[in-house]
Every structure is written in structure tokens, then in C-alpha cells.
Design a protein around this ligand. Sequence first.
Ligand SMILES: Nc1ncnc2c1ncn2[C@@H]1O[C@H](COP(=O)(O)OP(=O)(O)OP(=O)(O)O)[C@@H](O)[C@H]1O
Ligand SMILES: [Mg+2]
Length: 868
Amino acid sequence: MSTTPMMRQYQEAKRACPDALLLFRMGDFYELFFDDARTAARLLGLALTSREKGENAIPMAGFPHHQLDSYLAKMIAAGLRAAVCEQVEDPKLAKGLVKREVTRIVTPGTVTDEALLDPRQNNFLAAVAAGEPAGMAWVDVSTGRFLATSFPTAELPDQLARIAPAECLLAEDAAPLPRQLDERMMVTRRPGWAFSLETARQNLLKHFHTTSLEGFGFSDGPADAQALAAAGAVIDYLNETQKTSLGHVDRLVPQRTSGTLEIDVSSRRSLEITRTIREGRREGSLLAVLDRTATAMGSRLLAEWLASPLVDVAAIRGRHEAVAELLAEPALAESLHEMLRRVYDLQRLLARATTGRTSPRDLSFLGRTLRVLPGLKAKLAERKSLLLNQLEAELDLCPDLRSQLDAALADACPLASREGGFIRDGFHTDLDALRELAHGGKQWIAAYQAREAQRTGIPSLKVGFNKVFGYYLEISNAHRQKIPADYIRKQTVKNAERYITPELKEYEEKVLTADQQAKDLEYGLFLELRDAVAASRRRVQASAAVLSQIDVLGALADLARQRNYCRPEVVDEPLLVIVDGRHPVLDVLEPEGTFVPNDLAAGGPHGTVFLITGPNMSGKSTYIRQAALITLMAQIGSFVPAREATIGVADRIFARVGASDELARGQSTFMVEMTETARILNTATPRSLVILDEIGRGTSTYDGISLAWAVVEYLQEHVGCRTLFATHYHELTDLEKSLTGVKNLNVAVREWQEEVVFLHKIVEGAADKSYGIHVARLAGVPREVVNRAKEILAQLEDEHLDAQGRAKIARPRPAEKASHFQLTLFGAEHPLVDELRRTDLDSLTPRAALELLQRWQEGLGPKRGAPG
Ligand SMILES: Nc1ncnc2c1ncn2[C@@H]1O[C@H](COP(=O)(O)OP(=O)(O)OP(=O)(O)O)[C@@H](O)[C@H]1O
Ligand SMILES: [Mg+2]
């Protein structure tokens, strides 16, 4: 171990934040040492060198200081945390070793640097307090939004998936988070005491400068204890990592989740709401299609609406009404959009102003945004929609702040606050005078130069300026003899000499001080403006909230117009009736006009469980997902891709789709499938919407069919929720006959010579074939294999299918109810049934009856158990 004073300083800093990469500022570089250097070399591609030689060699890696942002971004992306250790005194003035301090710790959940954040996404830091109920709190440090809630522990994965935090705090001794959660989330272990209610409460009270948390809507009792414990842990972590003011995190909002449509983690993933399953990208997700917002704030709000759709019919209709009005008035929508495009990210600007990380440019952007508000408010005045009216009323123009910023700030402002140049001329008399002195020098210098040229008789005499000597007089060697005695020689250059005079130096002093004084004065004015912004925080925040809502509503109207959506009728009854519905994402991705629209009528009189059969590649999965996505869209307040739609509000949407490979998450494919199925069966209510894609595919055919069969029966008889089930088990279509409320649908295909044409059109009835072998051929499976498969298929069908082409194993379950009994005692087509029906019992003598029985028995072949 090295013992140089600097390395001791390093070790000390490192001890304070052992689990972060320590970026140690040395001159113009940030250096990493020891294991940190090795990690950085491996993950960030830095060259590994060493400091000191031989036995004492220390592994080292580093980068130039101006690349800090880009390296921090890489570290965050790699799921690392970094501690930035700066030189906190001027090396020139330091006696001995320069003093260094860790000035901030950057982690995925606490980044605030603009360069490291996606403007369109919230960046949440969450904390989970384990227990029953579990508590969760989450904050976006870049905007100051801070919320907390509690819920049954079983809901933890779904709740976390809804927030999708970048980082989650967990007590040291708490059980690990469920593995199905997004591996992108960083988990940070914290000491157990940070989660103790007492410490947490103290941390919160100290942070908010209050004596109780009831003002925020939290109770003192056990109901909110876990939520507060999590919130306290968040504050504790922020205090440790941020090292700057957290004034913008100025309230804790209780989140009551009962008012939202619930979608569990795997359904959220399956439906590709914010990311695609395969590549995890935003492109191709529902969010990407819906997002036509003009501002980053709108983008973030839209994502929040998608994470927590509404269930209250009136609230949903309120949004639809606003969208309808914007849709009906394109000129209004257009001008709102145009104004919103001139709006900056008020929420993040405000957070920076409140935490002291702001710049003159930030403040001028804030001012410019406020300037847009009056026009916007005027446009919103006297609207029919209640929601638009309400937003108009809530839009606070903040006139005082706006005029203050407008009057003070120049049109183009720099980033630096100490270099001046951002206060408008004419705003401050003293500043104007100082500036005139600092800049007005040109005239004085011209006059002085002319005077001296005259006095010395040297016409080529010139006043110049350089950083080393300040102002000087330059005289070419040809005139050397004419130099007056009061000139002091300072420097010799090629063919000339440079001089100074006391008068010139005196002037210089005045100019330079004036310049510095002007800068200092400007900095003071900047601080005043910054404080004024911080003081108006609440009002600006309110307006930011209005702007983001207007933006989202406008974006939804724009989408509805562009893609020809309809306004869904939202009702409380569990109905789902869609005419000419389209899949919102495929509708955009497929070439214009090629997506085939389909109808659906489910719920109430239309039946509840729908079995969709049809060939591979025909559009079964697309059809059932489309139903779920349309419901989801309607419940965030969007119009929907259909000609007409009546949508009964769903309390939960379940999507069990495809057998995705969950090996990485530590469970077998089939186990995952069954876990998800169990959850649906246990938690779905009559108001839920369930879509199932190929349940039971991950096991043997018999197991699979049996399970699928029983699942459908259970859903129909015990839950009664709207269910769409896409399946290749044609045997299941028999359920239509035995259970009321079960209906068969299939996807039409046209066979033409050897070819199969997919029509993508959903029609009533069950499909008769799978065409799996046909799809295999399309996919390029070798001819030999395809032909051999056909042979085997023919053989299997021979052995295992009955006369109607159904697997012999699939028989309806033993009779429980009379209605089943009648239909299931005999196969529907058996000739006996017909004969029985036609027999007139009233005219049958006992003897004739016995004869009839005998004839039937003989018709069935030899007696069971009979000798012979
Ligand atoms: N209504 C439609 N209009 C146009 N194209 C469609 C439609 N539905 C599906 N498709 C196209 O067909 C492809 C396959 O659809 P989908 O995955 O829904 O088939 P599937 O019946 O579920 O197949 P498998 O049985 O193999 O799971 C889609 O990717 C899409 O390109
Ligand atoms: Mg499918």
C-alpha cells in the first residue's frame, strides 16, 4: 500500500464511499486507482496504466476533466455509481497538498445532470420498506416529484414495474426483490436503520421543516408507517449523495393506487406498452406510437398516464371530451401545439433553479416559457370541455416573475453565471456605468494614442494589449531615439519595443476593475433572479402541470386525426364491442391500408370467453392483443383505432402471451407460464379483461390441453370475465357446446393450389387445420423435413383423431350438470341420438321398449366383461 500523502488522501476519500468508483481529480484529469481502475478499464474502455513503479505500482486509469459527463453517462448505463472527488482549493494557493473532497455521488437514480438524463423519461429513485403491507416511496430528483404508498407485499413486482425506477433502495437485511423485475434497475442496499420508522420520520420532518406529516395527507398511525419508512430512506440517501440543496423536493404526495387500472409486470411486458419485448426498445412500443407530444414534460406525463390508466368513467370521459374538442378544432390544436413547441422543460429548469445548479441561460429559458403562457391561456378560454376549462383556470401566468425575468435578462444568455454578459443594457444604472467604463475604453485609447503620437512625433505609435503586461505602447526601432523619458520599457519584440506609462497603467486599473465589478454585480443580480424563481416554485410547478396535460391531450387529438381513430363510448358494464378495430402499433408499422380491421363483441349478451383458432401466422395473437391495447388506450383518455367502440372499464388487464424465455430469471418456461396463469385465475374479477395466448404449450400435448380446458372452464364459471384465448388446440372448441358464454372464432384463410393465403379476417366458428407445416416451409425448413412431417402428420391423424378430426383424448369432463349431460352422453352425431329423439314414448309398449333396448345393445357390439 502506498503511503504518499496524496495516496493517503485518496484512501480516505475512498473509505467514505467504498461502493462507488472514485473519480479523483488530479490537475486536468480524473484518475481511478486500484480495483476502480481495473473496472473502469474493463467497462469503459480506459487504458490501464500504473502510478509509481516496481513493487509499489498502483493500477491507474483516467480521462481528461472535460469528458466527465460522457464517462458518467457510461458508468450510469453500466449500472455503476461514481463519486466525484474535486480539488476544492486553488492549487496555486495551496500550501502543500491540494485539499480534495467528494462533491457528489452520481448513481442511476440520483443523476440530475441534463447531459445524463433522457428528457422524455422520468428518472425515479425508489425505496422499498419490506413488511406487510410493504411501503414504497419514489422521487425524481430532476423535477422534485416525491410520492409514497403502501400495498400488500404480493403486489410489489407490479408496483415497481409501474414506476420503473432506475434505482431501488432496499434494507441490508431485507429479502431480495423478485427476480422477474427488470434487470435494468439497480438495487442499492442501505443500512437497516435508515428504514426504521423513527429515523425515517425524523429525516422527513427535518427535510420538510415541519412538525408533522399529516399536512401531506399521511396518518400518524400504522397505516402509513411503511410508506413513510421508505420515504425516509429516500431522503437519507439523497442527503448522502446530493450534497446540494434539495429544496425542490418540497412535498411528499400520498399515492392512492385504487383509482387506476392495474396491469401486472408480465402483462405490462407482454403488451409492449413502453418497450418491445425482444429488444427492449421504445420504438415499436405503444408509447412510441402515442407520443406526439411537443414537450419533454408532455412525454413524461404520457408515460405516467400509460402506467396508471383511469377506471373512473367520468374522469375518462372528461379526457375524451377534451380530446374531441381539440380534434374538432384543428386550428386551435395547431396553435396550441405551435406555442408548446416554444416551451422549455419547466419542471427540470425549476428543479435546477431551486437547487442552485442553474445558469443564466436556464433562467432566460424559464422567462421565455412564461412569455408563452398568456397566449396559451387566451386560446383555452371559453372552451366547451370541462377539463380544458379547468386547465385554463389552473394556468398561472406568474406575471411578476415573468416581468422580472424579462426586464433583467438579455435575449441570448450564456451558461456561466460569473462571467457576466446576461443582464440587459438599461436594466441597472450602476451596471451600465461600469460596462461603459470597461468597454468604452476604445475611445479613450484612441484619444490617448493620438495625443502621444503628437507629443513624441512618432506617427506609427500604437496602443496594444496583451494578457501578460496589459496595455502597452509599441514603437518601432526606427523611432527609438524619440522615446520620452517617462516611458518604461517592458518587452522587446521583432523590430519594435513595448513601453508602459503611469497614465496608461492607471487607466488600465480602472478598466479592469470596472470589468470585474460589472461581473460581480451581474452575479448578484443573477442570484436575486434565481431566488425569485425558487420563491415562485409552487406557482410555476402548477403551470408546468397544466402545460404537460394540454400537451398530452393535444398529442392524443393529433394522433386521432392522423390515424383516423374513433371516440370510444366508455361504460361501467363489462362490455367490449369493437367495430373495425386495428392493432395500434401494427397499424402504423404496416404499409398504409394493409392492416385488416376486425370486429369483436364480448361481454354480457355477446358471451364472455372467446376461443380463437386458426393457422399459424394468421393473426390470432395480433387480434387478442389489439383488444387489450384498445381498452388500455381508451382508459388513459385516448381515442382508439376502430370505427366504433364501446368499452366497459376494466379494473385489471391480464395478458399471458407467448412462452417467452425466462431462463435468465431463474424459472423454466412452463413454470413461468403456470405462475402467471395461477395469478390470473386467483385475482381476475368479473370486470377484468384477460387475454391468453397459447396456454399449456410448454408441456406435453395431453397435459397442455387438459390444463387449457380446465382454465377456460374455471374462467367462465367462476370468474366470468371477458376472456380472449388464442389456441392451437382445436379440441378446445368443443367447449362452445358444453358451456354457455363460450364462443369460437377463427381466422379465415384461403387455400389455393398448394398455397395458403392469410386473410387476417376473424370469423365465427372453429378452425379445422393448423397449417403449421405450411408455415415451416415458408420459413425455409428444408423440403425433406417438410415432406417427412407431412407423412408423420397423416399417420398421427389416422391414429389419434376421430371421424370429426378431433383428438380422441379430448372429451368433455364428466357430467356435473344436467345440461352438460344431455350434450355429452353421446357424441353429437351418433345415430342413436337421433333415433332416441324420434321415439314416441307415449305410444311405446313395455315390450317394444325392451326390444328396442336389445337392438341398441346388439348394435354396440359384444358385451363388456362377457365371456367369449
Ligand atoms: N389484421 C391483420 N392485418 C394485416 N396483417 C396482420 C393482421 N394480423 C396479423 N397480421 C400479420 O401477421 C403476422 C402474424 O400474426 P400473429 O402473430 O398474430 O399470428 P398468430 O396467428 O398468432 O400466429 P402463431 O399461431 O404462429 O402464433 C403479424 O406479425 C402481422 O404482420
Ligand atoms: Mg400467436
